[in-house]
Every structure is written in structure tokens, then in C-alpha cells.
Design a protein around this ligand. Structure first.
Ligand code: NAP
Length: 303
């Protein structure tokens, strides 16, 4: 492993380990909190400084031992940090990068956990005019429908994928450090090109969230909604669990990844038209073809 400048080895658990002096976590919620818990458990950092807007959430984070201290000011948070982690909703990233830029040391490595990558890269470019080589865009493919630090847990990334989307000139040292810190959280780290990441995630994550929200919204507007929800069974719960996710976060993701999301949404609308035709024509063959192919595919890839 490449050791970033200013970082040292110690051997508190017998084996040599990398010890970062300070990580700044901007956005102390489910994802950032869970990653910090894992980094802390692996003894990889001496101090974690949290930053957010709500005092109650930050106090809770300190009480839970996720962070050592906190501030509401992003610029103050990143002073002398070895690593800055941006774990806020996508719409907040550019503003935060603008605030921290004047005080960031050139040695500080920066990463993020945002669910779309093109918009994060654009946000950084808008502030710097380019993407600094020590910035490593990242996205853990793990989460729950809960938010806030109280929802965070140490094993969230265990055996889950994390996608890093380094650019051509991203520093290898920065990339290796971020990769290592995800690996100590139990994640399987892979690399992908930014655009490819955004189109894959539009299909596998962003579209399903959009569908779940829209379905629940539609049913909740129906006059008989209390009856509908009263008799909703397992299938409804399975399909709509993700509609309990944080609306701000998903609003930001849909705006941030609209270019990749719209074509797949169009494709899905066409598919719905096809199945509508099949139902209205009692076309068993077409219906069975879709259901059978979907079952086989899901059993193979997800089961
Ligand atoms: P979360 O639990 O709501 O945590 C986000 C934290 O950011 C909150 O604690 C909030 O604290 C802070 N925050 C929100 N808006 C802010 C703003 N404008 N300025 C400064 N701080 C702000 O959300 P999360 O699930 O951890 O998601 C964080 C990021 O991870 C998002 O970019 C999301 O796309 C990505 N992600 C989420 C999942 C998932 O399943 N949840 C999975 C992968 C990636 P305050 O309100 O106190 O400021």
C-alpha cells in the first residue's frame, strides 16, 4: 500500500497499520457515520471531526462515538485534515466544496459518497475550474431507507460493493488510500468510468426509487387509500420499502442524474405500455414471456 505523506505506521494490534491523524466528515448521517464507525473499529484514524447543520444530530454522533468533535463550519472542519469525506446530499456538494477550498491543504485527500458521479465531478470543476488530482469520487452500493447518524452501523459495507470513479489524472496515492479505507470496512472496491457508473446506477437504483415513490404517491392520493394500505401485503412492502427513503436525497439524485435517468425511464414507460396492451387483450403469451423472463433473470442475478 502507498502511504500518503504525513501518515504514519503504528502497531497497536500487532500488525502494522496506517494511522490517519484526522478525517473530516461533512454530513454525519447513515453513510458517512457507518463508514467512520468501520474506520474507527479498524483503528485507522486518530480523530474524526464531524460537520453538519443540526446540533442534535452532531451531539448524538459524538455520544455514539462516531465522531470526536464537531463544528457547523465546513471550513473549520477541514483544517489540517488528512482526508475529507463529503457525505451530504448531492445538491449540497458544490456549496461545501466552495467553502472548504480556501482552507484545504494541497496534501489533503478528498472523497465523496454521492449516488451519482457526473454531477459531483461537475460541482468540483465549477469551483476549481478543474478536478484536483487528490479528489477521488466514490459511491458505496449499500444503504437503507433510514437517515441520520442514529441509523448508521459498522457492518453496513460488509461484503458490499463500493464503486470508485477516478479520473485519468487522479493521484494513485489518493486512490489507494480511499480504496484501503473502504476495504477495512469490508467492502469490495471496484473502479468504473463516471458516465458508465451513472447509467448503470440510473437503471438499477435511481429508476426503482422513482417507481416506488410514484406508486405509493398515486395510491396514497386515492380515496380508498386507508383500505389499500390496510390490506397491503408482503409484496407491497417489498416493492415500496425504498419509498421511505429521504425525499431530499432522492430529489437531488434525480436532478443530478437526469441525463442517464430519462432514457431508462422512457424505456420503462414503453414496457408498461406493452404490458398494458397484453392485459387488455388477454394476451397470455406476452404476459408469460415477460414474467418468465423477469423471474429467470432475477433468480439468476439477485437470488
Ligand atoms: P443522511 O443520513 O441524511 O446524512 C446526510 C447528512 O448530511 C445529514 O446528517 C445532514 O445533517 C447533512 N446535510 C444535509 N444537507 C446538508 C447541507 N445542505 N449542508 C451540510 N450538511 C448537510 O444521508 P445518507 O443516506 O448518509 O446520504 C449521504 C450521501 O450518500 C448522499 O449524497 C447519497 O446520495 C449518498 N448515498 C446514500 C445511500 C443510501 O442508501 N442512503 C447509498 C449510497 C450513497 P444536517 O441536517 O445536520 O446538516
Amino acid at each position: 500500500m502507498i502511504i500518503p505523506p504525513g501518515h504514519e505506521f503504528h502497531s497497536s494490534r500487532g500488525a502494522a497499520q496506517l494511522s490517519l491523524k484526522k478525517i473530516s466528515l461533512i454530513g454525519v448521517g447513515l453513510i458517512g457515520g457507518s463508514w467512520m464507525r468501520a474506520i474507527r473499529q479498524a483503528n485507522e484514524c486518530q480523530t474524526i471531526m464531524g460537520c453538519g447543520r443540526q446540533l442534535e444530530n452532531l451531539e448524538k454522533a459524538k455520544q455514539l462515538g462516531v465522531i470526536d468533535d464537531f463544528t457547523h463550519d465546513p471550513a473549520e472542519a477541514v483544517e489540517q485534515a488528512d482526508l475529507v469525506v463529503l457525505a451530504v446530499p448531492l445538491g449540497a456538494i458544490e456549496n461545501i466544496v466552495r467553502k472548504i477550498k480556501p482552507v484545504l491543504s494541497s496534501k489533503t485527500i478528498i472523497t465523496d459518497v454521492g449516488s451519482a458521479k457526473g454531477s459531483v465531478v461537475d460541482a468540483v470543476k465549477n469551483v476549481y475550474g478543474f478536478v484536483p488530482t487528490n479528489f477521488v469520487p466514490g459511491h458505496p452500493i449499500a444503504g437503507t431507507e433510514q437517515s441520520g447518524v442514529e441509523a448508521s452501523f459498522v457492518t453496513l459495507f460488509n461484503n458490499r460493493r463500493v464503486i470508485l470513479t477516478p479520473l485519468e489524472d487522479t493521484s494513485e496515492q489518493a486512490l489507494n488510500l480511499v480504496k484501503h479505507l473502504w476495504q477495512v470496512a469490508g467492502a469490495d472496491v471496484i473502479e468504473m468510468e463516471v458516465k458508465h457508473h451513472d447509467s448503470v446506477l440510473a437503471a438499477t437504483s435511481h429508476l426503482p426509487h422513482l417507481l416506488a415513490y410514484t406508486l405509493v404517491d398515486m395510491l396514497a392520493h386515492m380515496e380508498s387509500n386507508s383500505e389499500i394500505f390496510k390490506y397491503a401485503a408482503g409484496g407491497f412492502r417489498d416493492f415500496t420499502r425504498i419509498a421511505s427513503s429521504d425525499p431530499t436525497m432522492w430529489h437531488d439524485i434525480c436532478l443530478a442524474n437526469d441525463k442517464a435517468l430519462l432514457p431508462i425511464l422512457e424505456q420503462y414507460i414503453e414496457q408498461l405500455q406493452i404490458i398494458k396492451e397484453a392485459v387488455s387483450n388477454n394476451d397470455s403469451e406476452s404476459m408469460m414471456k415477460v414474467f418468465q423472463h423477469a423471474k429467470e433473470s432475477r433468480d439468476k442475478f439477485v437470488g
